[in-house]
Design a protein around this ligand. Structure first.
Ligand code: SF4
Length: 493
């Protein structure tokens, strides 16, 4: 645990939990609001979160509204897991982590090393389920005018942002670092964050909630690209309409030319699409990206069509144009001059559009925190930090963040990602260096901990955690694997 330095003449104490080394007056908190001077004692303000293993019939409950009294039941230690949320930080690096907790699980002596890591190398990867064009790849993403990230490679049905990272935290101006730090923390604490993209849209992002693009709430994630949509619904269209165009910024699909239409003997219609033909019935670049139909900039779908070929088209030919979410749709009939005339959607087409909408999943924002457990954090676990890395790679050590499972990247170091919605609320903090404070726990057999050069003298039994002044019990999410589960380890046998 951090230590308070000797009180100054005016009663201030010094916090040594991070390089800022605040002097904190009686009754006041330090610069990060995480530590306070309570009667001359340096006190971690937020309670230590302890998870209780949720049985199958136990409902997941949120944080208790106020600090819970410890119920004194520490006998069945296998059912409790000390997270790093509220655990505190140690600084400088060689000090043992704030809690190194031993317990027995199914006859195996286990240990969990618990710390709130200070991450200078970290950020948030944000997935926004929308077809709408948010901005060109590599465009800067700003909060309050400061660059805090960029648009990165889009994924299927989603736009992706990369927020934070060491270059924005430390490589720009002071305000850029501070705003970036706040943006990462707020996103990871599941707050709504307003962002603007250079040359693109404004977007409100909140983990687990629908994105709001240019003030419009996104409802649906597209059913697929235009080509996939043709493939999925071709049979349903075959007997009700002569032509279908699924408008999509990436791959616009055309029923009569698409392989699905060919297989179903849909006759040619003489349609002409103004785009770059990829393969039959699949067109790229039918328009510019935007927030209109299918992630294009168009509001009138007919603008992507050329004249119908009179050798193949016929008066009375019917055509449905629809976006990949079904949010936009229009029905046309060719007149005697082979010009499309808009008509009301027939019932069969309305049903078909509703079926597309029905197959769309709700549009959400997903936020993954990504951080690198550097040499300093690992030194709080073992005197020989590289051994911890090897132990993680060898699945002798299980890494969790606030009790939630993480994905550890292959290759060097311990670079992990975690879905912030699987963590306890408000798991993240900051220090003004600036850097993000995030929980991380390393769980392993006690014997393995000893073998990797762990701080054995700092190990305490789980029962001792009852001495911590502020604690909060939380039922573990049944969606998360229990961190102590032997299935998490190579030795599970
Ligand atoms: S910023 Fe927070 S952790 Fe760092 S010294 Fe000040 S009170 Fe302690």
């Amino acid at each position: 645990m951090p230590e308070a330095g000797p009180a100054t003449a005016d009663g201030k104490i010094r916090c040594d939990a991070c390089p800022v080394m605040c002097y904190i007056a009686e009754g006041r908190a330090g610069a990060c609001d995480r530590y306070a001077n309570v009667g001359g004692d340096l006190t971690r303000v937020d309670p230590l979160v302890i998870l209780e293993e949720a049985g199958e019939d136990r409902a997941v409950v949120p944080f208790l509204a106020s600090d819970a009294e410890w119920d004194g039941d520490m006998l069945n230690t296998a059912e409790r897991f000390v997270t790093a949320v509220g655990a505190g930080t140690t600084y400088p690096d060689y000090k043992p982590a704030p809690f190194i907790v031993a317990s027995e699980v199914d006859g195996v002596d286990m240990v969990t090393v618990v710390t709130e890591g200070i991450f200078s190398y970290c950020g948030a990867k944000v997935k926004i389920d929308t077809d709408r064009h948010l901005g060109p790849e590599r465009a800067l993403v700003r909060r309050d005018g400061e660059p805090v990230g960029h648009v990165t490679t889009g994924e299927y049905g989603s736009q992706m942002l990369s927020i934070g990272g060491v270059n924005h935290l430390t490589g720009g101006g002071k305000r850029e670092g501070r705003v970036t730090c706040d943006a990462i923390m707020d996103l990871c604490n599941r707050e709504a964050v307003d962002l603007t993209i250079d040359g693109g849209a404004s977007v409100t992002v909140q983990a687990g909630q629908a994105p709001v693009v240019d003030g419009e709430r996104e409802n649906r994630m597209r059913v697929g690209c235009g080509s996939a949509t043709i493939g999925m619904f071709a049979r349903q269209w075959r007997d009700h309409v002569d032509e279908v165009v699924v408008v999509d910024d990436h791959i616009t699909g055309v029923l009569s030319e698409h392989q699905a239409g060919k297989v179903l003997d849909v006759p040619p219609t003489g349609i002409k699409i103004k785009g770059r033909r990829s393969t039959p019935g699949r067109y790229f670049q039918v328009a510019e990206p935007g927030t209109g139909w299918g992630g294009t900039n168009i509001t009138d779908p007919l603008t992507i069509l050329g004249d119908f070929n009179p050798k193949q088209a016929w008066p009375g030919l019917t055509m449905l144009m629809v976006s990949t979410t079904g949010d936009h749709s229009a029905y046309y009939v060719l007149d005697d001059d082979l010009k499309p005339r808009r008509r009301d959607l027939p019932d069969a087409m309305r049903f078909s559009v509703e079926r597309i909408q029905e197959n769309c999943e709700p549009a959400l924002c997903s936020v993954m925190f990504i951080g690198g457990a550097g040499g300093s954090l690992r030194a709080g676990v073992t005197e020989n930090p590289v051994k911890l890395t090897r132990s993680v790679k060898d699945t002798l050590t299980y890494v969790s963040s606030g009790g939630a499972p993480v994905f550890v990247w292959p290759g060097g170091g311990i670079t992990f990602m975690v879905d912030v919605t699987r963590m306890p609320e408000r798991s993240f903090g900051y220090v003004p260096t600036p850097a993000i404070v995030a929980p991380i726990e390393f769980t392993m057999r006690l014997a393995d901990y000893q073998a990797l050069g762990g701080h054995m003298k700092a190990v305490v039994r789980l029962e001792k955690v009852r001495d911590v002044a502020r604690k909060r019990n939380l039922a573990a999410s049944t969606d998360n694997p229990w961190p102590m589960d032997r299935l998490n380890f190579r030795w599970r046998g």
